[in-house]
Design a protein around this ligand. Structure first.
Ligand SMILES: Nc1ncnc2c1ncn2[C@@H]1O[C@H](COP(=O)(O)OP(=O)(O)OP(=O)(O)O)[C@@H](O)[C@H]1O
Ligand SMILES: [Mg+2]
Length: 268
């Protein structure tokens, strides 16, 4: 029997107080289980708004209409509201510095999700945190439990933020430009890490990126947003090789323009 999708988004709109245009405008999209969806689109097109709405993390000045129907996981279905970030949904933000608390140890921060949502004692959760530090390939995990965010590099901090995001073993991970604040080599390492963790833990991944090459290498599916509207969605290979919408063609061309000028030259 085929499994139902993880989530169906129907006619979703989000407007921020005082804005003349909705940040998301009547978006409908299905998230298939255990697939990786890249959301692409220019700055301000509504990518983070969509991700935050999925995770229940919209700020108080946002109003939302339409439905987000979680119908795949019995654990999610029994919840009166939609799934919770931190428990059912892991969320990795662009800036690991901003998402980690400077005055708590890394161990406390990684263990917290497991204490709160898996019912572990602090002692058990710290052992769990140590395993997670290993999973995200941080050196000297037990010593790191007692360290603070400022003692790590940006890439290491993002690894800790990922460990925090998966601490309660969510089956759905959202990464909002999780690699864009990092240098190119660290970006590639964090991308490989996300790729491996998502596969090993059978997670569904939604990731937001400006990087078409990243979308092409990591995504099964791609959704394209423009001014809050979903202009195109489909299998990554189809969208990238045969974009239906002129806007998607422009995004791809802009990427080729920036990253591979020779390719452009050879096409012209
Ligand atoms: N907290 C907020 N309050 C008011 N307006 C907001 C807020 N967050 C986003 N917006 C507005 O909503 C629209 C969509 O923003 P959003 O952050 O979702 O875009 P984005 O595609 O993630 O952009 P970027 O690529 O720059 O991160 C923009 O016009 C933005 O100014
Ligand atoms: Mg954004």
């Amino acid at each position: 029997m085929t499994q139902p999708p993880l989530c169906r988004i129907e006619n979703l709109s989000v407007t921020y107080a005082g804005a003349t245009q909705p940040a998301l405008d009547n978006v409908s999209l299905t998230l298939a289980r255990r697939r990786r969806l890249a959301i692409i689109g220019e700055s301000g097109s509504g990518k983070s708004t969509l991700a935050r709405r999925l995770a229940g993390l919209l700020p108080a000045n946002a109003t939302s209409s339409g439905t987000v129907l979680w119908n795949a996981d019995p654990k999610l279905e029994t919840d009166a509201a939609f799934p919770r970030a931190g428990r059912d949904i892991g969320y990795v933000f662009q800036d690991p510095g901003a998402s980690l608390n400077p005055v708590l140890t890394l161990g406390e921060q990684v263990a917290e999700g497991a204490v709160r949502h898996l019912g572990l004692s602090w002692k058990e959760a710290l052992a769990h945190a140590c395993n997670l530090m290993e999973q995200v390939q941080l050196p000297h995990p037990s010593a790191l439990l007692k360290a603070y965010p400022h003692q790590l590099s940006g890439g290491q901090r993002q690894r800790v933020a990922i460990a925090c995001a998966i601490s309660a073993r969510p089956n759905f991970l959202i990464a909002d430009e999780a690699t864009s604040a990092l240098d190119t080599i660290t970006q590639a390492a964090i991308t490989r890490l996300l790729d491996r963790l998502v596969s090993e833990n059978n997670m569904t991944l939604v990731f937001i990126t400006h990087d078409i090459a990243l979308a092409s290498s990591l995504a099964d599916d791609i959704a394209v947003l423009k001014s809050g509207k979903l202009v195109e969605a489909g299998k990554a290979a189809d969208v990238l090789s045969n974009p239906a919408h002129a806007y998607t063609k422009r995004l791809i061309a802009a990427h080729l323009d920036l990253s591979t000028p020779r390719l452009i030259e050879s096409v012209l």
